[in-house]
Design a binder for this molecule. Structure first.
Ligand code: TYD
Ligand code: MG
Length: 459
């Protein structure tokens, strides 16, 4: 009998190799290779095809009438992120840290989904009793909602075949397993195989499946890439789980745009929609203190105002510390270098901390200028004008580059009561300015700092 072949797979990226490495040759993660049993090639090939095999058909003859039917989840903010509701037969991955509110959100949408058909909630983490208690707290009670506390995926799928639900929720993908796969639940092989089976089930039975996936503390789903490319839609929960605001973001969406965000607040009756996120994110902001600047970033089709805070303090130990929370670390370091070289602010002997309040993660380059102003304000120990907001991308030569959506941003800034806005000159050419808003166009980082902090103010 041929000896069973063993392989090594990376738990971070799913890369497989014939021998063990301390560092994954594909993604560079350390100590992430573990042993897996090689599946026969035929089984692998079968697993690779998520869709039922069919013959090639001319595209004009494919019947899609009634395919793009959207079902509202009953939560406007979530519908927006999904691109207008869930699509029949799609596979949606909801990722986030443990305790952020994934199970709560999915249980809450059951109310609206139950109106459309049966919902099967598969829980590998909580017992039926626990789920019932949570559902009671959330006010979810419908005879169309079936709860199944089970972790064997084969059992789940055969139950689903008998029940024929319209929606299925699998909470979580890390707890379910297929008995014929040798590796442990939560390993990348199991996650991949289970997701494949669920994909096949969703597509062949036209059932919308939601999968919950926990992220590791590094902020990635266990075996992240292998999961993301298989599903139709990836939603991530952001935000501090100790704070009340939760932000859900579409990272991938085959049926709508990405970058849309939905903002929620966790309360005693579950997640509540926040209809006016800018106002919520700015609540309780300190006034007249150095190191705070209001930014306006586009999140999908919406402009959102958020506060960026910076703290610059003298280094007590050899190496200066740099941290960035809610802001890309490398971008923050780059901005510090631009400030040193182009604006003459020396951070060499200073620790710098950058933070975006409210748990929002700013990925748009338009957050550069407000970050730079917050850093300069803290460095000079002089507050920025209280009624000022800023946006604009900073280039390596210290120039300010224009960003899109200027008109919408200016309207939002004015709507929230700000009376001045500093932005790149090229952004505000031929753009209508709302009444009562004073726009300060600038060309470089140095000009921007001089304009709002004055050349000599502060230390
Ligand atoms: P949960 O949905 O269990 O998180 P996940 O499934 O992402 O691990 O959320 C749990 C947190 O939410 C927990 O810390 C308690 C809090 N919570 C509320 O504050 N109010 C509520 O009504 C519910 C149901 C949970
Ligand atoms: Mg949960």
């Amino acid at each position: 009998m041929a000896k069973a072949k063993t392989l090594f797979a990376c738990s971070e990226c799913g890369h497989e190799t014939a021998k063990w490495y301390g560092k994954c040759p594909s993604c560079g993660a350390w100590n992430s290779m573990y042993e897996v049993e090689a599946a026969p090639v035929a089984a692998k090939a079968a697993a690779g095809t998520a869709l039922p095999s069919s013959l090639p058909v001319p595209i004009s003859e494919i019947d899609v009438s009634g395919e793009d039917i959207r079902t509202s989840t009953g939560i406007g903010e979530l519908d927006r992120v999904l691109g207008g509701g869930t699509v029949l037969g799609s596979l949606v991955l909801v990722g986030g840290e443990p305790g952020i509110g994934k199970s709560t959100l999915l249980l809450q949408i059951c109310s609206a989904l139950c109106a459309q058909g049966k919902v099967l909630y598969v829980s590998g983490e909580e017992s039926q009793r626990q789920l019932k208690l949570r559902a009671q707290r959330l006010g979810v009670n419908n005879n169309n909602l079936y709860v199944h506390a089970e972790t064997r995926l084969d059992t789940v799928l055969s139950t689903a075949e008998k029940l024929s639900p319209s929606f299925m929720i699998v909470d979580s993908i890390q707890t379910v397993y297929r008995t014929e796969v040798a590796s442990a639940p939560g390993s990348s092989t199991q996650i991949r195989e289970c997701t494949m089976s669920l994909m096949q089930y969703a597509k062949s039975m036209n059932v919308t499946v939601f999968i919950v996936g926990h992220v590791t503390k590094e902020g990635t789903l266990a075996g992240p890439k292998i999961l993301e490319h298989m599903v139709d839609c990836v939603l991530y929960f952001e935000g501090d789980r100790h704070a009340s605001y939760r932000i859900i973001r579409a990272v991938k969406n085959r049926f709508g745009s990405t970058d849309e965000i939905g903002v929620f607040e966790m309360g005693s009756h579950g997640l509540m929609e926040v209809p006016n996120p800018s106002q919520a994110l700015l609540e309780g902001r300190p006034k007249d203190v150095p190191g705070s600047c209001i930014s306006c970033v586009m999140e999908g089709s919406r402009p959102i105002l958020a506060e960026i805070q910076a703290l610059v303090s003298e280094t007590s130990y050899g190496n200066p510390r740099r941290t960035a929370d809610g802001f890309d670390y490398n971008r923050a370091v780059l901005l510090l270098a631009v400030l040193e070289k182009r604006a003459g602010l020396m951070f060499g002997g200073c620790d710098t901390y950058l933070n975006v309040t409210g748990g929002l993660h700013l990925a748009e380059p338009a957050a550069d200028l407000p970050a730079v102003l917050a850093l300069a304000s803290s460095m000079r120990n002089w507050p920025l004008p209280e009624n000022l907001a800023a946006f604009g991308e900073v280039g390596l030569t210290g120039e300010l580059r224009s960003v899109m959506g200027t008109a919408q941003r200016l309207v939002e800034i004015r709507r929230l009561g700000f009376s001045a806005c500093i932005c790149p000159r090229r952004s505000c050419l031929n753009v209508p300015v709302p009444e009562g808003l004073h726009v300060i166009p600038v060309d470089t980082v140095r000009d921007a700092i001089d304009m709002v902090l004055g050349p000599e103010r502060g230390r």
